[in-house]
Design a protein around this ligand. Sequence first.
Ligand SMILES: [Zn+2]
Length: 313
Amino acid sequence: MARCKLFIKPLKIQTNKDYYFKKATVSYIKNIETFNKENASEYVYSIFESGSIDEIKTAITKFITFVDNLENIYMWWLCQLFKDTLTKQTAAYSTLPCGTKNNVIIVPPEHSPIILLYSCLSVNGNPIDIINGSKKFIVRCDEFVSPIYDAITVAEINRVLNAAQKTYRILDIIAPTKPMYILCFNNSHTEHNSQCGIPYNGTRTATIFLFHLKENGICNRIFIFAHELGHALHLALTGNINIIPNGFDEFNKSMDINFEKLQEKQEAFADAVALAILNTSGLRLHFPTEHSKDMSPYFAKHIKTITDKFLSV
Ligand SMILES: [Zn+2]
């Protein structure tokens, strides 16, 4: 069975804004003659001119080193420029007509690293948040490697999204207001074929990460993506990935399945959703071979009960 990683971002680091303003006023007088805004902004713009994960990582590393050595007022100014540019850039990607399905945005590999960067940073960030978020991004970049096998195509993603929406209206549930991003990467990941990012700020909209597969033939890329939609649905239904959707425990009992660990239940739920989606016509071929086809209609019926109930409230 395909396994993925669910990750939860750590809590935001709180900093005292006033402290920075006071320090900034003092340092402003000391450094006003030596700081050159034009040269400094080059550090920010070089990030957005980069394309690959490696290029952005290099640009971010230079940016952090530069910002770290600035006096506070300039640190604030430059971090603000960085945050504003990043927010604008991310907003521009979200209006791309290509690959948008309902409220779900499929982000192509050339734009995904910037959205990943955005997801690592606090939107209300002060310099410390921005520097820490950038460091977090660099750590994430180190998890990427050169592509090993094929990645899922946009056409395949759309087939799965269509199937999920047609029978279960899953897109209406997972992204009712805030768009959900599906980030496609031109890289493989050191450990996973895909990931589902859970926001730490209480919103119910996940972010799906799709990488080039690292095993050939073992995991079906259609199933892997449908499985991540299962995690996204789980979050949307309960608002907390640690709460198992209503009726799932009873359903497992009725099938003589007994899970002890929470993670096993989370993964089983995502698998159940994936099987239900793939049970629609045209996608049946993509069942992982180790699953009995006889069981899938049962999963399909169960997921329909859960989604119908949710949508009728
Ligand atoms: Zn998973």
